[in-house]
Ligand binder design. Sequence first.
Ligand code: SF4
Length: 302
Amino acid sequence: MTIGLIDVDGGHNFPNLALMKLSAWHKARGDVAEWWWGFGEYDRVYMSKVFDETYSSDILEPLNAREIVKGGTGYGLDNRLPDEVEHTYPDYSLYPELTKETAYGFLTRGCPRACDFCIVAGKEGRRSVKVADLSEWWSGQRYIELLDPNLLACPDHMNLLRQLKDSGAQVNFNQGLDARLLTQENIEAINAIRVKDIHFAWDRMEESEAVLAGLRLYRERASRKVHGDWGTVYVLTNHGTTMAENLYRVKTLIDLGYFPYIMIFDKPNAPREIKDLQRWCNRFVYKSEPDFRRYDPRRRGG
Ligand code: SF4
C-alpha cells in the first residue's frame, strides 16, 4: 500500500506521535509511508489533528486518496489508534529536526481528576494507568519529552520514575506533575532524574491548600533548581477565578521561587486584562515591573 500522512496542525513545532507510529507500523509491513503531496496516488491517507479549531483550522480532504482516515483529539475524543499501532516504536525520521536527539511519548494515560476544562479524563479514562515502558519509544536519545497527563497518579509511577533515571537522558516533564501527589519518596526519585524542565499546575482556588503543600514540600526536598527556579507552575485563568485570585497565585508562586506560567481558557474571548497578565508574567516583565497594575503594554510597546 502507499500511505500518505497529513499533520493537520503542522507548524505547531511539535511532532505528531500518532502519525509517527502509523508510519512505522506501515513501513514494518512493507508499505510505503510518506508525507502526502498533491501529485502522489495513495491507497490511504491519514489526517491527524490534535488541536481544536481555536488553535488549528481543519483543511480540505485530499482528492488523490482511495481512503481517508481522520483521527486525533482535534476530530473528536472517541478515536484512538489500534493497540498494535499504539505500541509501535515511532518513526522519528518524519520529524528529523524536532526528534534528532529527543524521544517523545507517554508512559501513562488517563487522570482521576477530571477537571471540567480538560479532555484527558473523557478521552483516556478517569484512572492513570501505565501504558508503556520507556524502552517502547526511547532508544538512547539525549532528551525525553514526557507527555503524561498525570504520572504521579499512576500506581506504577515509582517504577516509571526509576526507568527515567536509568535512561540518563534529560527529561522534560512536559505536561505537569500533580503537585498534590508529591511525597518525600517520589521527590527523591525525581531528584535522581536528570531533569531538563519540570511543570506543575495551580488551576483552581479550591485546590490551593493541597497544591501549596506539595510545592512547599518540593521546594524543601528537591535537590536543584531548573533555569533559576524550582519549576514552572501553570496558572489557569479566565475559568472560575477572579483577577485578584489570579494575581494572588502569581505573587505566591514568585515568592516561593516558582515561575508562574499563565494559561488562558478560551483565549480568543478572554478580557484584555488577562492577556496583559499573560504577557507580563510569561515574558518575565514582572522582574522589571513587579506591580502588574502599573504595567501597560500598549504604552510601553508590549
Ligand atoms: S489534573 Fe491535569 S490532566 Fe488531570 S484532568 Fe485536571 S488538568 Fe487534566
